[in-house]
Ligand binder design. Structure first.
Ligand code: ADP
Ligand code: MG
Length: 604
């Protein structure tokens, strides 16, 4: 078949395949145009989840006759004044959205410029020709109406999902756009009901509250971090206020809403030790980068970007989140324990009054502040005694305390008090002066081991009698050789033997796993990560692996422990940061305060 030049309309329809995936993508393009036009109020309306109709009205600059005519042609834009792709400050710049959308739908644009006698209306269907007519005078702005999306490309129509799914996408993108542009009023209506109506505000916190809800913002901490690579601000959830999906993660780079696996993985790293698997942090993060360090021309729908200093951005993000949640990492949501008691109280004593401020009693799922007290001559090593791998070193303070003297004798010696006993072979019960403490022994021990892997000063390594030789790809051998010292810092003595062989001389102790399996796993992590350098993310992943192994060798639930052993565990918890959760983010202990126990018995 001879080669032919494609008609412009077909070219546009092909481009539409990339730019316009679904009704939500149309909303995104039209709203971005409205934002670029300087509007401060944008109203969106959809019918039949946007399949039948999408309207976007703005009060921006509007277009006159000439611009309106050009706007629906491909590669026509008012936004690349110097044709400089390295410094883009508008949402649009490709000059193809209106052309591509109009090639797959029926489009009508009405637009009014300020101080003109009339406005103009352009109608175009399936990208074939168009009509342009004067219309009556109106307030400045533009009104774009898209009907019968994909009528011109029926194959595409078939790929649209149910109305519920498409509408959810429309709402999601509109909320994201609203979140990134708090100084613009946003309204979305579906059929005739209003989904949201956010008033213009000069406070980003207000918009975050509008979009995420007051409840959520209460469980969030603010992020404010500056590095040489970027500035990161916004809010992120405390670890326990997590969510089952990533839909509540809003990430903006220079005001653009983007979806980026690379940033999502950095978020996961920051929360990894604090949130259970399969759960996600809620957050709204605004990352500001020097435009010349950012390539926004990567994806036709502009939902992806490329960073020049990607590793620096990733590290900054991890650090920003970690420092924001650090004050909360040793305590979990206080509302959980309190809510629990409230439920019991409500169930058993329906008449009890919950007013007079009692709801505010802190029912903590918490560990004491890391710096808040001095540990009684017992360190984490003693907790590891029970792993069986380390020789016992310390005498235990409570050992001399006999039952007759009362186990309560040193009740105030540690923030978690003294041991009362063990419940179901799984929980350590303790009491402090004002609370009953229930400790999940497995979760806690697992965490103690993990913290030890993380603490390089305490890192225990196990020398191998004969080095283990591992055959692997030359690429990995080179990577390991390059990062020898970083691996050594994590407890791995691995070096290059030849192009395809590594020798392992030592490895972290306490992993109860054979060298080959462990090193193979670590190599897989290094390979998957494929970062240019051995950054914090990679390091965290390796620690995570060690943590899983630690988990396997931790004290199991269902294992009966002596009072002394339990006491050592309690003391070790108190000396460690992050002890509020196990490695999977479940709480490791719960405190129930005496006033609340009194409420159970109607004494208050
Ligand atoms: P881009 O936004 O990449 O420039 P589009 O095809 O989305 O490309 O829009 C083409 C041009 O039409 C824009 O550059 C702008 O000048 C004009 N335009 C589109 N929508 C509007 C609007 N709502 N208000 C004012 N001008 C608009
Ligand atoms: Mg545009």
């Amino acid at each position: 078949m001879p080669i032919v030049r494609l008609p412009q309309n077909v070219i546009n329809q092909i481009a539409a395949g990339e730019v316009v995936e679904r009704p939500a993508s149309v909303i995104k393009e039209l709203v971005e145009n409205a934002l670029d036009s300087g509007a401060d109020q944008i109203d969106i309306q959809v019918r039949n989840a946007g399949k039948t109709m999408i309207c976007v009205r703005d009060n921006g600059s509007g277009m006159d006759k000439e611009d309106l005519t050009l706007s629906v042609e491909r590669h026509t834009t008012s936004k690349l004044t110097d044709f400089d792709l390295s410094d883009i400050s508008t949402f649009g710049f490709r000059g193809e959205a209106l052309a591509t959308i109009s090639s797959v739908s029926r489009m009508s644009i009405k637009s009014w410029r300020e101080h003109r006698e009339n406005g103009w209306q352009l109608d175009i269907a399936g990208g074939e020709g168009f009509s342009l007519n004067p219309i009556a005078h109106g307030a400045k702005g533009t009104y774009v109406e898209i009907s019968d999306l994909f009528f011109a490309t029926p194959a595409r129509l078939k790929f649209l999902k149910s109305n519920a799914t498409e509408l959810a996408q429309c709402v999601d993108i509109s909320r994201r756009l609203a979140l990134a542009n708090h100084n613009v009023g946003f309204k979305l209506a579906s059929e005739n009901s209003v989904s949201f109506d956010f008033a213009q505000t000069d406070k980003v916190e207000q918009r975050i509250k509008d979009v995420l809800g007051k409840q959520d913002i209460g469980d969030m901490c603010s992020v404010d971090f500056t590095s040489s690579a970027c500035k990161i601000s916004g809010f992120c959830s405390v670890p326990t206020a997590n969510s089952a999906t990533v839909t509540h993660q809003y990430i903006f780079v220079n005001g653009r809403t983007i979806k980026d696996k690379f940033l999502t993985s950095a978020i996961n790293v920051a929360y990894r030790e604090l949130i259970p698997m399969g759960r996600y942090a809620r957050l709204a993060l605004f990352i500001e980068i020097n435009p010349s360090d950012l390539d926004v021309n990567v994806h036709p729908a502009k939902t992806e970007v490329r960073f020049r200093r990607s590793n620096d951005i990733r590290e900054a993000l991890v650090q920003a989140l970690k420092s924001a949640i650090a004050p909360y990492s040793s305590q979990t949501s206080s509302s959980l324990g309190h809510g629990f008691i409230n439920k019991i109280v409500k169930k058993t004593v329906p008449n009890v009054s919950h007013t007079n401020g009692k709801e505010n009693i802190d029912f903590e799922y918490s560990a004491p502040s890391p710096n808040g007290f001095v540990l009684n001559d017992i360190s984490i090593d003693e907790a590891v005694v029970y792993n069986g791998n380390v020789a016992r070193k310390a005498t235990i303070a409570t050992q001399k305390t006999t039952r007759d003297e009362g186990l309560f004798a040193d009740i105030s010696s540690t923030p978690l008090g003294s041991v009362l006993g063990q419940l179901f072979g799984r929980y350590i019960l303790a009491q402090t002066e004002d609370a009953l403490v229930i400790v999940d022994q497995h979760a806690v021990h697992e965490r103690l081991l993990y913290e030890r892997f993380k603490d390089k000063r305490r890192l225990n390594v196990q020398q191998l009698l004969t080095p283990e030789v591992i055959e692997t790809e030359s690429e990995l051998v080179a990577l390991v050789e390059e990062n020898k010292s970083e691996l050594a810092a994590l407890g791995f003595g691995i070096e290059k033997l030849d192009e395809n062989h590594l020798a392992v001389r030592y490895m972290p102790a306490d992993t109860s796993c054979d060298v080959r399996t462990l090193v193979d796993d670590i190599l897989v992590i290094i390979k998957d990560e494929k970062t240019e350098s051995f950054d914090q993310v990679l390091q965290e992943k390796i620690l995570r692996k060690l943590a899983t192994l630690a988990c396997h060798s931790s004290i199991k639930g269902g294992q009966y422990l002596s009072a002394e052993r339990m006491d050592v565990i309690l003391r070790s918890i108190s000396s460690n940061r992050n002890m509020g959760q196990c490695n999977h983010g479940r709480p490791s202990f719960v405190k129930i305060f005496s006033q609340d126990i009194e409420r159970l018995f109607l004494r208050q």
